[in-house]
Design a protein around this ligand. Structure first.
Ligand SMILES: Nc1ncnc2c1ncn2[C@@H]1O[C@H](COP(=O)(O)OP(=O)(O)O)[C@@H](O)[C@H]1O
Ligand SMILES: [Mg+2]
Length: 230
């Protein structure tokens, strides 16, 4: 997706449901969800454990398909994309950040970011330049050669954010990105995600159960029992 800087819609969800299993033991993890997310919004999704936040984020990320309803990304129904198209969309347009950071422990901070750039086949000099600029943008230029184990939790999450931004995605999706961090460090990470949205008009969706963090977003969506609640 090209960012033309106008008021485009990133996501449109129409009557989306995701049911796990069937019959008596089935779980309606997400249901009755109608939702529009505009380009450049910084959205927090808040709700108690089990309310469907992760399931909703996975639907937005094309990591899962709704049982019924439609998830439109940039006007296209994600469930109707061919596997290759969906993989390309995930690689080029979406960046993911997780609670557990998910860095490769045997690679340095710079190499962890470089891995995400690999599919673009850039000349090595240009690739390294981009890695440097990505680490710089999250305030970690001086930690490039550190292994994850030698970084604090907050620093590891910054590396993960740099990695998520490697392909200049239009959307960043983060699932409890501060769940393993103390509140001060968590606040810094949310501040960083807010700048990610504001600086380049990216769309950022953060799942959190922390309402203090949610107050930093431009919009908060509350979930309960799989539904959006006012
Ligand atoms: N793979 C799965 N199979 C069956 N039930 C699931 C699965 N994933 C999640 N659920 C159920 O769906 C509901 C929503 O889960 P989830 O989206 O992970 O909520 P949250 O992220 O808000 O804690 C919960 O009841 C959970 O147990
Ligand atoms: Mg969850």
């Amino acid at each position: 997706m090209t960012d033309t800087g106008d008021e485009r819609t990133t996501y449109q969800l129409r009557d989306v449901a995701r049911r796990y299993g069937d019959g008596a033991g089935s779980v309606d993890a997400v249901r009755d969800v109608d939702l529009t997310i505009g380009s450049g919004e910084f959205v927090a999704v808040v709700g108690p454990s089990g309310s469907g936040k992760t399931t909703l984020l996975q639907l937005l990320g094309g990591l899962d398909r709704p049982t019924s309803g439609e998830v439109l990304f940039d006007g296209r129904d994600m469930a109707r994309l061919a596997d290759g198209e969906l993989a390309r969309l995930r690689r080029d347009a979406l960046g993911f950040v997780f609670q557990q950071f998910n860095l490769i422990p045997t690679l340095t901070a710079a190499q962890n970011v470089e891995v995400a750039l690999a599919p673009r086949g850039l000349p090595s000099e240009e690739r390294r330049r981009q890695v440097g600029s990505l680490l710089d943008s999250v305030g970690l230029a001086d930690r490039a050669s550190h292994l994850p184990g030698a970084l604090s939790g907050g620093e590891q999450q910054r590396v993960a954010i740099a990695r998520a931004l490697a392909n200049d995605p239009h959307v960043v999706l983060a699932d409890e990105p501060t769940g393993n961090l103390d509140s001060e460090t968590g606040d810094e990470i949310i501040g960083l995600l807010g700048r990610v949205a504001a600086d380049r008009r990216r769309t950022v969706v953060v799942v959190t159960h922390d309402t203090a963090i949610a107050s930093r977003a431009t919009r908060t969506i509350h979930m309960r029992d799989g539904r959006l609640v006012a």
